[in-house]
Design a protein around this ligand. Structure first.
Ligand SMILES: Nc1ncnc2c1ncn2[C@@H]1O[C@H](COP(=O)(O)OP(=O)(O)OP(=O)(O)O)[C@@H](O)[C@H]1O
Length: 928
């Protein structure tokens, strides 16, 4: 049985991995979905459909054949790519065909989401390669060449952006530290003519501050490892030099490919001198990081760099094209403008502030450099507005984040995820509504997990977390972390998504996101939101003689930047949150104007990732769509719960639920079964209801469409409960039956065993008795022989006596006939007397004598004496009988020649006991 069970189980697993769509697992629960994904992952099937979403599992191993140009062409040429195995190319092709179909909205977007390391960047890259192959122009050689150039440029933007925007983190060796939206622009013939990149929230703090075991942006390592001797000299990067902003340089990653970055930059139109300029500035930043200040004893005096840092100041200023003393002074001394005349006050900064200003300078340069690079890439790949008509957008954003210590960055990321979640749910509902319409159902009952309350808490008007943080920045007043916490808690107390961890000593607040609660620390939140850049730092950089920095920090900027003092300005302060919110809204506007497609990347072999997957899996919170076939297969056993009395369609579910069935179809065959299942629902609902509940208080929404059954979570739970109940009943029934069967079997076996035992015993007994018979026969024959012999001897003896007797009185005693008969009787009977006299038991010697006497009927008182003697001395038995003169007889016995003839056979150790023993005993007794 176990074998069969095991086989069945394994067969089940085999089927599970064959399921290409997670909505086909039966039933769609978190557990079954995870099991299906796991089975597919183990079978090297990394893509699975989940309704309108594609789930991509990170294989963590190179699979070149999965992304080959041949496979791309296969998906592109397939009449129905959705019939092929799920793949990122299916989404790519579907999107491409949607653009071709010109059905509104023509523009498409692909939202690639997932946590860090799940494969978002990889997936976006794959899609870009796919479009570079399928959307290439096959026209003339010239246009083909141009198209190739564009496609190549678009592809080349990846290594450049990854070198400057990606870093090795604890969770991913090539983690994108920014979000991006790439717009692939297509002309009327659906050929890729250009692209545009929009980036979000670069993690610029990484330039000056890296968590332990993490690294700075890849580009710093690339220049340190890949520079030539000459370049090393130019950039002051001697081999083995130590930089405090370059942790873990010994780790070599495949991303540390300087040549690839240079090559790609070249293709994007960044020539070698410009590249060298960029790398020189980056080397300058590394030297800037080595400037360590010593604390000043006199507050009025600026902190001086430590001895070994002095040369770093010199090198940094040289590389950044800045006067050494001005650089140092700007970092050491704060200038304050006050009063009506805007008088300038100079205040030496304490050591910590010097460090902050130094870091700020580096972040400012790097962020501008990154933005500039993006703009260069855009100008290189962007097509003229009139040369493209449609686009496909690829959005690769950070996944939901929850760390022990969450701050403004996480708030922004999770806010973006909430927005995208809302967008997804809206799209999902739309898709479901369409499906309901196809199934001929009214859209009435669905109660989705709505995250609007959470969004209201974060960005709502007039008061929200964002507005409160922004207000703190605008008021420009000193505010403590605890004050901010209290303000948020009191102002937003009514929000169901705001929580507070009373056990936490650090000031914080909790936001209950759709993916789970996250605690944000309020310390430093306002400062981070302000992202203040001291204006003297910008002015310093405007003095730079370096061509690149001169371009990045022009002296007469066209637009007023946030770095300008804004204390008296009436314009709203441009905080990090407000800028992010604006760009997010812009992005969502773009997304709303497109047909969205979703790819959810999952990191399968890490514990934390499963949770993210679980929490974000919207399909588990919406109604389940189960095909009639699957529904019947799983729940037909519920019919056992049906009350036997119910015969008609009394179920409230049937009346409004089931549509009219078309005869002869497969669906029609399933109808009676579904009807039967529906009849059990009132029973189930009643069983689940607590005594106080009325029937109406237990609605269990369930709708049957033409091909699918729509059930909510609560209904699914109810059905599963009923199923478990029936299975339990069945199990009990099977157990009872099995026990009865086993009992009967055992009784039968016992009877059979007894029969066999009895047969064997009787056979053994028969054998034994046969042996005894044989022995008895031998004894009998021996005895008979002996008796005859004795008779003969006795006769012979008596003949002698008689002759003697008659010869003594021949004339006076003539033998009468009576005498003759008497003698005959004596001769005939005496051996019996002898036997009795020889028996071992029960007869005393006197009795024996009497018996013998009686047998022989010897004439008492006869004067003559009798003597019987055997001639052979070796014969057993009576050797002589003598009649004594007094009339008594003396027997002289010898032992029987049959040695144990008079001994009862002992029971043998092999002999049987019990009934047969009794038989044997009886037999023995009889025999004796
Ligand atoms: N389809 C795939 N085939 C092979 N390897 C993959 C695939 N997808 C991801 N990987 C591997 O996983 C690593 C992480 O993937 P990726 O950088 O795309 O993650 P991410 O989701 O963009 O992470 P982050 O948010 O940190 O940027 C890649 O460097 C690659 O080695």
């Amino acid at each position: 049985y176990l074998r069969e069970d095991l086989q069945e189980f394994l067969d089940g697993e085999v089927l599970l991995y064959q399921l290409d769509d997670l909505t086909r697992v039966n039933p769609v629960t978190l557990e079954t979905v995870l099991r299906c994904l796991q089975a597919r992952y183990m079978a090297d099937r990394f893509y699975t459909n989940a309704g309108c979403t594609l789930v991509a599992l990170n294989p963590f191993k190179p699979i070149p054949q999965l992304y080959s140009p041949e496979l791309m062409r296969e998906y592109h040429a397939a009449p129905q790519p959705q019939k092929l195995k799920p793949h990122v190319f299916t989404v790519g092709e579907q999107t491409y065909r949607n653009v071709k179909s010109l059905i509104e909205p023509v523009n498409q977007s692909i939202v690639v989401s997932g946590e860090s390391g799940a494969g978002k960047t990889w997936t976006s890259r794959c899609l870009m390669k796919f479009y570079a192959v399928v959307a290439a122009s096959p026209a003339s050689w010239e246009t083909h060449k141009i198209a190739e150039r564009i496609e190549q440029r678009i592809l080349n933007s990846n290594p450049v952006m990854e070198a400057f925007g990606n870093a090795c983190t604890l969770r991913n060796n090539n983690s994108s530290r920014f979000g991006k939206f790439i717009q692939l622009q297509l002309n009327r013939a659906q050929q890729m003519t250009g692209a545009a990149v929009q980036t979000y929230l670069l993690e610029k703090t990484r330039v000056a501050c890296q968590a332990s075991s993490e690294r700075n942006f890849h580009i710093f390592y690339q220049i340190c490892k890949g520079a030539s001797e000459d370049e090393r000299l130019q950039w002051h990067l001697p081999e083995g030099a130590a930089f405090s902003w370059l942790p873990n340089p010994e780790r070599s990653l495949e991303e540390d490919c300087f040549e690839v970055t240079r090559e790609a930059m070249l293709h994007l139109g960044i020539d070698t001198p410009t590249q060298n300029n960029i790398f020189k500035v980056l080397a300058g930043l590394l030297h800037l990081g080595n400037i360590q200040f010593a604390a000043s004893e006199d507050e009025a005096q600026p902190c001086q760099p430590m001895d070994d840092a002095k040369c770093s100041v010199r090198t940094a200023s040289l590389l950044l094209g800045l006067p050494e003393d001005v650089l140092l002074e700007t970092v050491q001394i704060r200038t304050i403008r006050a009063g009506r005349q805007q008088q300038v006050f100079r205040k030496p900064c304490p050591r910590a502030e010097c460090d902050t200003r130094r870091d700020c300078l580096a972040k400012l340069i790097y962020a501008r450099l990154f933005d500039w690079l993006v703009s260069v890439i855009n100008s290189s790949i962007c097509a003229d507005t009139d040369s493209w008509t449609t686009f496909i957008g690829l959005l690769d954003v950070y996944g939901f984040e929850s760390f022990p210590d969450n701050s403004l960055e996480q708030l922004c990321i999770n806010y973006a995820n909430e927005k995208l979640q809302q967008h997804f749910v809206a799209h999902y509902l739309r898709a479901q509504q369409e499906e309901y319409a196809v199934e001929g159902l009214e859209w009435s009952f669905v109660n989705y997990q709505d995250n609007q309350a959470c969004l209201d808490l974060i960005e709502g008007s007039p008061i929200s977390i964002c507005s409160l943080i922004n207000e703190e920045c605008r008021l420009n007043r000193p505010s403590s972390a605890a004050q901010l916490q209290t303000r948020i808690e009191t102002a937003l107390a009514g929000s169901p998504c705001l929580g507070h961890n009373k056990l936490s000593r650090e000031p914080s607040f909790i936001v209950v996101h759709y993916a789970g609660p996250v605690r944000y620390h309020t310390a430093g939140l306002v400062e981070k939101n302000k992202d203040p850049v001291p204006p003297e730092l910008t002015r310093l950089l405007q003095q730079s003689q370096d061509p690149l920095l001169m371009g990045l920090f022009p002296t007469n900027p066209k637009e007023k930047t946030q770095e300008e003092p804004s204390g008296q300005s009436r314009n709203p302060v441009l905080t990090v949150v407000s800028k992010f919110k604006a760009s997010l809204e812009q992005l969502l506007q773009v997304l709303h104007s497109t047909t969205p497609h979703y790819i959810r990347c999952i990191k399968p072999n890490s514990q934390g990732q499963a949770q993210t997957f679980v929490q974000e899996e919207v399909i588990n919170t919406g109604p389940k769509l189960i095909s009639h076939q699957n529904f019947v297969e799983r729940y037909k056993l519920l019919r056992r719960l049906r009350p036997h009395t119910s015969s008609g369609p009394h179920s409230p579910y049937t009346a409004k639920g089931l549509p009219e069935w078309c005869p002869h179809s497969e669906e029609a065959m399933l109808e009676p079964l579904i009807q039967d299942i529906l009849h059990t629902l009132p029973v189930l609902t009643q069983a689940a209801a607590t005594p106080g509940d009325s029937a109406e208080a237990m609605p269990a929404p369930m709708h049957c469409g033409r091909t699918k059954v729509f059930i909510t979570d609560s209904m699914l739970e109810l059905l599963e409960c009923g199923r478990a109940q029936v299975l339990e009943q069945c199990a009990r029934c099977i157990q009872g039956g099995w026990r009865r069967h086993r009992h009967r079997e055992q009784a039968r076996q016992r009877r059979a065993a007894m029969l066999i035992q009895a047969a064997i015993r009787s056979w053994l007994t028969r054998k034994h008795i046969q042996r005894l018979h044989a022995a008895a026969t031998v004894i009998k024959h021996a005895w008979q022989k002996w008796r005859i012999r004795m008779a003969y001897l006795a006769a012979k003896e008596l003949d002698g006596v008689e002759e003697k007797h008659f010869s003594q009185a021949p004339c006076s005693l003539s033998t009468s006939p009576l005498q003759t008969r008497f003698l005959e009787a004596i001769i005939r009977l005496w051996p019996l007397g002898l036997v009795l006299a020889n028996t071992a038991m029960g007869v005393s010697s006197f009795q024996r004598k009497l018996v013998v006497w009686a047998c022989l009927h010897l004439p008492r008182g006869s004067p003559s004496s009798y003597s019987v003697q055997t001639a052979q001395q070796d014969q057993a038995g009576v050797t002589s009988i003598r009649a004594l003169p007094q009339g008594s007889i003396k027997f002289h016995c010898r032992k029987s020649p049959l040695r144990y003839a008079d001994i009862c056979p002992e029971p043998s150790p092999y002999s049987v006991t019990g009934f047969n023993q009794i038989l044997l005993e009886r037999h023995r007794l009889i025999h004796m």
